[in-house]
Design a protein around this ligand. Structure first.
Ligand code: ADP
Ligand code: MG
Length: 560
């Protein structure tokens, strides 16, 4: 061991350095972006993913696809993170962000081949990202939270291509109502206040916005009222059962008199608890824990409707919306703790296929609530795949409408901002010194990948579209983009294709962060096999896609 390098790695681990490491990472990252390319835009295709258990997901949603794909190459993972970040921050634009990251990596690869140092590329990309952000802010249009038309366009744009099209107008208007109701005093949107629920059967057009909280569990007793007005609501963090210590005494029960006394003690304990609830004046009780049968009967006698084992999320929502203060100990309960609901009523919604354990034959709606801004978007649809995809579209849509309201600015869609920024970057590049200049140009080119893909996926000539769009933008038509349905270049605000500024700026930032992070890596030390192109045989080997897709194992097997 005298003259060899000191060994710090185990035999199993692999080490790849310098150019090899970089090109392996670039390739893995690009491969991920490539897989979701065809889904971009309203005319994008869907993908069907089949996992090893045979479960099928059909989607057009970037982040869903990437998450389902079970990517297991670390660099590829960073690209998946781009989508995840985008999803968390705005809820839409995941495919665009990943496509941009892929294009940035591809163009970086070319620069590396020309012996441009990664550091220069990173600096150029960072510079370009700043320029782009400025351009986007410059061309953004202000939007008023009361401007229903534009907000519905924002909602609709996020839904396109996701099987929600037939009911786009209806869903968009529901989303805007729901989000608008959830705007808080400080101008932020409380997205948690908007619940999205699926009910099978009927068609998407039968979806509706319910101004209240939907509660798909039954009261604990058959004879409890499901229709109440002006109800005082108790949100209770405990159970109405006999306490543990009493139950433990059972073992020592000997003769009948003892048993009698034992039962009486139990019943009086329960009666005490119910009394507290009655004294406080509650009409409806949501309990975290169970409710004893005897206690349920006492509650019925007192005209109280009670629900047991209500999950935390529901208790939280009802508490917030009714103004109830959660109570942990009934001994401390006063009327002050109760919330209020103008109405609690039953709605029968037939849920025809029983996919989940619960068959929501009927549901209780808490309505006329004092705290504004809770609403439920009730989605109907014939099959689970359709309904799941519509739900994803609606959730994306809630995200973008929220962003548009919170930030108050929007951009045209259809590739318009990308072309505008790309032009600005080419101009900017002239003033950038040295090799960084090439990176800024590479960024400009990468940015055209989005509009190109939009045109391609819609079946139009991508080169023509790019040339024409660039000419129009050069002439000052800032808002001109491609109409994916007709292939025509149109003014996007008139066409109703509108996106919040945040979707675009977040996409640029996360794509740049991920690609520059990958570029800076020049050494990969790994505990397992990471070679790009090699299939991971042990892990399923379900016939993943051929060549170049190394590192994407298992879940990808059934992609069509
Ligand atoms: P992402 O996951 O990035 O949101 P999408 O498949 O939703 O991917 O596609 C978004 C892109 O499609 C955006 O560039 C958006 O402007 C564009 N787009 C949406 N609707 C239209 C339309 N009707 N015409 C042209 N472009 C559209
Ligand atoms: Mg989208």
């Amino acid at each position: 061991m005298a003259d060899g390098p000191m060994v710090v790695l185990s035999d199993e681990s692999q080490r790849t350095s310098g150019e090899d490491a970089r090109s392996m990472n670039l390739e893995a990252g690009r491969a991920v972006a490539e897989t979701i390319r065809t889904t971009l835009g309203p005319r994008g295709m869907d993908k069907m993913l089949v996992d090893q258990g045979g479960n099928v997901v059909i989607t057009n949603d970037g982040v869903t696809l990437l998450e389902e794909m079970d990517v297991d190459h670390p660099a590829a993972d960073m690209i998946v993170d781009v989508a995840t970040t985008q999803e968390e921050e705005v809820g839409d634009g995941t495919t665009s962000a990943v496509i941009l990251a892929g294009a940035l990596l591809a163009n970086a690869e070319e620069l590396l081949e020309q012996d441009i140092h990664p550091t220069s590329i990173v600096a150029g990309y960072r510079h370009a990202a700043e320029t782009v952000t400025e351009v986007f802010e410059d061309i953004a249009t202000e939007v008023d939270p009361d401007d229903t038309e534009v907000l519905e366009q924002v909602a609709g744009t996020a839904m396109t291509g996701k099987g929600a099209e037939t009911a786009k107008d209806l869903l968009s208007s529901m989303v805007v109502s729901a989000v608008r109701a959830a705007v808080r005093e400080d101008g932020t949107v409380d997205q948690d206040a908007v619940d999205v629920r699926q009910f099978y059967g009927a068609s998407i057009d039968d979806s509706e916005f319910v101004d209240g909280i939907l509660f798909d569990i039954e009261p604990v007793h058959q004879n409890m009222s499901r229709n109440l007005e002006d109800a005082n609501v108790l949100v209770y963090e405990g159970d109405i059962e006999v306490s543990e210590s009493e139950v433990g005494a059972e073992a020592s029960v000997g003769d009948m008199t003892d048993l009698q006394g034992f039962v009486e003690r139990e019943q009086s304990e329960l009666a005490d608890k119910v009394d507290k609830i009655v004294e406080a004046g509650a009409d409806v009780v949501l309990a975290d824990g169970g409710i004893d049968e005897y206690a349920a009967e006492l509650l019925v006698e007192n005209g109280i409707t009670a629900f047991r084992r209500v999950d935390d999320d529901k208790r939280q929502r009802v508490a917030a919306a009714t103004g109830a203060e959660r109570v942990g100990d009934l001994k401390l309960l006063t009327s002050e703790h109760l919330g209020h609901a103008g109405s609690v009523h039953e709605r029968v919604i037939r849920d025809v296929t029983v996919r989940r354990q619960a068959d929501h034959e009927s549901t209780v709606v808490f309505g006329d609530l004092p705290e504004e801004g809770v609403g439920t978007i009730l989605l109907r649809g014939g099959t689970e795949h359709v309904l799941d995809e519509v739900e994803r579209a609606v959730v994306d849509s809630i995200g973008v409408v929220s962003a548009a309201i919170e930030d108050g600015n929007v951009l045209p869609g259809g590739g318009a901002p990308e072309i505008e920024a790309s032009l600005a970057l080419r101009e900017e590049a002239d003033s950038v010194e040295g090799r960084e200049q090439l990176a800024v140009e590479a960024f400009a080119e990468a940015f055209e990948d989005g509009p190109r893909t939009l045109a391609e996926n819609a079946g139009h000539d991508a080169i023509d579209a790019l040339v024409d769009m660039t000419a129009r933008h050069d002439a000052g038509d800032v808002n001109v983009g491609i109409d994916a349905d007709t292939g025509e270049l149109v003014e996007m605000f008139e066409d109703g294709v509108v996106e919040p500024l945040r979707v675009k700026t977040t996409a640029v930032n996360s794509a740049v962060d991920a690609s520059t992070m990958i570029l800076r890596i020049d050494d990969v030390v790994s505990a397992g096999d990471l070679s790009v192109g090699g299939e991971d045989e042990e892990e399923g080997g379900a016939g993943g896609p051929p060549g170049g897709m190394g590192g994407m194992g298992g879940g990808m097997g059934g992609m069509m």
